[in-house]
Design a protein around this ligand. Structure first.
Ligand SMILES: [Zn+2]
Ligand SMILES: [Zn+2]
Length: 379
């Protein structure tokens, strides 16, 4: 019974607007497709006041001007509350280095999206920083309500895949309720000419997420990556996402290639350039594991299994040796670098990030080996 609350909120908004005789826009608050979204700037302080959210907030983003970038990594802490009395633990804000789109100028740095469940109150703390020594004056919170009616989840659109004799399913964008109206407002997706490397990410969502919240999370990422007026990414940054419960989701929209075969038009979906590793997006795909794989949190068997299948699918499609080290030349760099064909985000030589978390990073060699072993067996 999630949607009635959203509808009643909108209904009240409409009624109050009619009563005042004005359908004035609610400043900064938009309702596009499935998500409510609001941004608010706050002055930087060691500990904020208790901040009231504009609506029930299940995901919260944060961004700040692109200054002293790495100084703020893990120095913002955020907690949330439903009643203003009982609070979640403080969650560390990790600096995200997944985007923006290569053609977009980076004006802001931003933290990972935080899962705040049913938050009505937020508090922000700054640690390990002497505020008199930093240039940053303010930060902006992005409040998102990405819940959607269960009717949409009931008709989840699954695309069947069969790779090396192993069948699995991928939830399409329609299946997870992507709001297509907010994507690609500026240009059409750029198809990859070829793919040579695959990057594994984690979403650094500092919470154990239940499967019923996974669709909400992906709609939250889409909204955060695109809808934020300062980011202006063209779509969700990752090409694919996998969840701890063993489900694969399409991320970025595919490009469409149309060819004529025997007088009939054949439509082929093509992977596109993502916004997932700055300077390394061309010729690579990003697969993001929902969750944070630092500290105690280990990647589940289900997660490793769906990652294995997804890697097997992509290395087969592009003829990639999963055990290979091949050259890659990042954007604006002259000399090629040696990069393992299946890498974690942190393995990109120019990347400065803990993504995909120590514990997920630790299983990548085993995933490479498992894929290589499967490729040796008869199909
Ligand atoms: Zn990453
Ligand atoms: Zn899940």
């Amino acid at each position: 019974m999630k949607q009635p609350k959203v509808l009643s909120f909108l209904f009240l908004l409409l009624i109050s607007s009619l009563l005042t005789g004005l359908l004035t826009p609610f400043s900064g608050l938009t309702f596009a497709g499935s998500s409510l979204h609001h941004e608010q700037e706050y002055p930087l302080s060691q500990l904020s006041k208790t901040l009231k959210t504009p609506f029930l907030t299940n995901f919260l983003g944060i961004y700040w001007p692109h200054l002293d970038t790495f100084k703020y990594d893990k120095n913002f802490l955020i907690r949330s509350s439903q009643d203003g009395k009982h609070w979640s633990p403080w969650q560390e804000v990790f600096l995200m280095t997944e985007g923006p789109d290569e053609q977009t100028e980076q004006k802001f740095d931003y933290g990972q999206l935080l899962f705040t469940k049913n938050a009505h109150y937020i508090q922000v703390k700054v640690t390990h920083l002497d505020l008199s020594q930093v240039k940053l004056g303010a930060f902006t919170l992005v409040f998102i309500d990405s819940r959607q009616p269960s009717i949409a989840l009931a008709k989840q659109n699954k695309i069947k895949r069969s790779i090396a004799g192993e069948e699995f399913y991928m939830i399409s964008r329609e299946g997870w309720g992507a709001d297509e109206s907010i994507c690609w407002t500026k240009e059409t997706p750029t198809p990859q000419e070829t793919v040579t490397h695959l990057f594994i990410h984690h979403s650094a969502l500092n919470s154990n997420i239940a499967h019923e919240d996974c669709d909400d999370a992906i709609r939250g990422y889409l909204d955060y990556h695109v809808h934020d007026k300062n980011h202006l990414w063209s779509d969700i940054g990752y090409n694919y996402l996998v969840c701890p419960h063993g489900v694969l989701y399409q991320g970025r929209r595919f490009a469409v290639e149309k060819t004529m075969v025997d007088g009939k038009e054949v439509v082929t979906p093509k992977d596109v350039i993502g916004a997932q590793v700055v300077k390394y997006n061309k010729g690579t795909l990003g697969i993001c594991a929902i969750g944070s794989y630092m500290g105690e949190v280990q990647p589940s068997k289900e997660l490793q299994n769906i990652l294995y299948r997804t890697l097997l699918w992509k290395v087969t499609q592009y003829g990639i040796d999963p055990l290979g080290h091949t050259p890659y030349t990042p954007k604006d760099v002259k000399e090629p670098q040696s990069l393992e064909t299946v890498s974690g985000h942190r393995d990109a030589p120019l990347a400065s990030t803990e993504c995909p978390g120590d514990n997920l990073h630790a299983v990548i060699p085993a995933l490479r080996n498992a894929v290589a072993e499967r490729l040796k067996q008869p199909k």
